[in-house]
Write a protein that binds this ligand. Structure first.
Ligand SMILES: Cc1cc2nc3c(=O)[nH]c(=O)nc-3n(C[C@H](O)[C@H](O)[C@H](O)COP(=O)(O)OP(=O)(O)OC[C@H]3O[C@@H](n4cnc5c(N)ncnc54)[C@H](O)[C@@H]3O)c2cc1C
Length: 383
């Protein structure tokens, strides 16, 4: 558990680094800073990590990144494994299985395998995919094959960030102020909070989709919006033990590694032809298993400046129905929730100097778990 909310700290001494936000982006920066011997203060408005970083699939989606983000993702993979080694959280090198249920889906995977090489994108037969998905049910008869992406990592999103925070606050030179809101950051490194002012040589603002509350002009320049996702939890069917993330055809319409393949447009049209509602809700039908045997199921994508609290039941039902088809088993949903992340049509990663001592860092796409430690390594190396 995280420590209780801190008392006022108006006289605390300055630190090398002050990080706003104890989501995975802020925590990864703190971890990398500690490795480099810096003193770190983290200011978090909630009493524990409670944002996008605990609401996601816990899938470090390395292979399906493209261009500069592919490189950052591989750096991030090393950071995640180093953190898991130090902190002791669950992070199996379990890869991802991509299920193909049409010739077009198979073609996208073949094209990616050809581009990246057969070791990075290992093509699977229908029988191999079905045996990986094995449980008491029998996997979808429509499965034609698939691919295994061995570089992808898994973590448990509900425990990874809290465990990193717990570990950090036991390290010399690190303080986390829970229940403390940052209101402003002045040039020169003064951070104004609901519990007094703090000083630091360098300030990193890692507040995810709430960047517009602090720096609306930067958020507006990057056309940052909120993206809301509907998620559900269900016990895995008996006999299902796969730790790999499982992606499907709709996933291939969302990650740049797939969408840059020549057959990607045809795939999108194909899915729109038989399941227009999945394209309309921006579905990425995928699931991951947590170490306690439950499955994280999702997801849909709805965009807006302000996200309403009302979740359409049919969307989650439709996603769960699709996953039941893949697994060949009925699922009993025990929890539903909404996750929100930042989205920009202009970039997947917003890094912007607010003033000479302050930098805002927000991942503006649904890949913040994947990139977090890579971004942190790049930021700290540039300091
Ligand atoms: C449902 C869902 C599924 C996803 N699946 C994946 C996935 O499988 N793989 C992947 O790579 N990515 C995934 N993502 C994206 C990923 O979760 C995010 O990109 C990532 O968690 C963002 O981390 P963050 O630290 O920037 O944000 P957050 O985790 O939201 O943390 C920001 C923190 O800043 C704090 N804060 C905000 N304002 C202030 C302030 N003024 N003062 C103090 N504190 C403040 C907040 O309280 C919060 O704790 C998913 C996202 C969602 C919602």
């Amino acid at each position: 558990m995280n420590s209780p909310i801190n008392e006022d700290h108006t006289t605390s001494s300055p630190t090398d680094l002050l990080i706003v936000g104890a989501g995975i982006v802020g925590l990864a920066h703190a971890f990398e800073a500690v490795r480099r011997g810096l003193t770190v203060r983290i200011i978090e408005r909630d009493a524990r990590p409670n944002g996008a970083s605990v609401r996601n699939f816990g899938h470090c989606c390395i292979t399906a990144q493209e261009g500069r983000y592919l490189e950052t993702a591989f750096t991030s993979r090393e950071g995640w494994l180093a953190a898991a080694g130090e902190v002791g959280f669950w992070a199996p090198e379990a890869g991802a299985v991509v299920v193909a249920r049409s010739h077009t889906e198979l073609t996208v995977l073949e094209q990616l395998s050809e581009k990246r090489g057969p070791d990075s994108v290992q093509l699977l037969t229908a029988r191999e995919v079905s045996s990986r998905l094995a449980s008491s049910g029998s996997a979808d008869a429509a499965i034609m094959g698939g691919a295994f992406l061995p570089a992808d990592l898994r973590v448990d999103p509900r425990t990874a960030a809290p465990d990193i925070a717990d570990w950090l606050q036991k390290q010399k030179g690190v303080t986390i102020h829970w229940g403390t809101s940052v209101r402003d950051v002045h040039e020169g490194g003064t951070v104004v909070t609901s519990r007094g002012d703090f000083e630091a040589d360098k300030v990193l603002v890692c507040v995810g989709h709430d960047l517009d509350y602090l720096f609306p002009e930067i958020a507006a320049r990057y056309e940052v919006q909120r993206c809301a996702l509907q998620m559900a939890l269900a016990p895995a069917p008996s006999g299902y033990t796969l730790d790999s993330a499982v992606l499907t055809g709709t996933s291939m319409t969302r990650y740049d590694g797939f969408t840059t393949m020549p057959a990607a447009d045809a795939l999108r049209q194909e899915i729109y032809g038989h399941s227009p509602e999945l394209i309309d809700i921006g579905a990425n039908v995928m699931f991951t298993r947590r170490p306690d045997g439950t499955l994280l199921l999702g997801d849909s994508h709805v965009y807006g400046q302000t996200i309403g609290p009302f979740q359409d039941e049919w969307m989650t039902d439709r996603l769960v129905q699709e996953i039941e088809k893949v697994l060949g088993s009925a699922l009993t949903v025990t929890q539903r929730w909404q996750g929100i992340y930042a989205s920009s049509p202009l970039t997947s990663l917003l890094v912007e100097d607010v003033n000479p001592t302050t930098t805002a860092i927000t991942v503006t796409s649904g890949i913040g778990m994947t990139l977090s430690f890579g971004i942190a390594s790049e930021t700290l190396s540039a300091l």
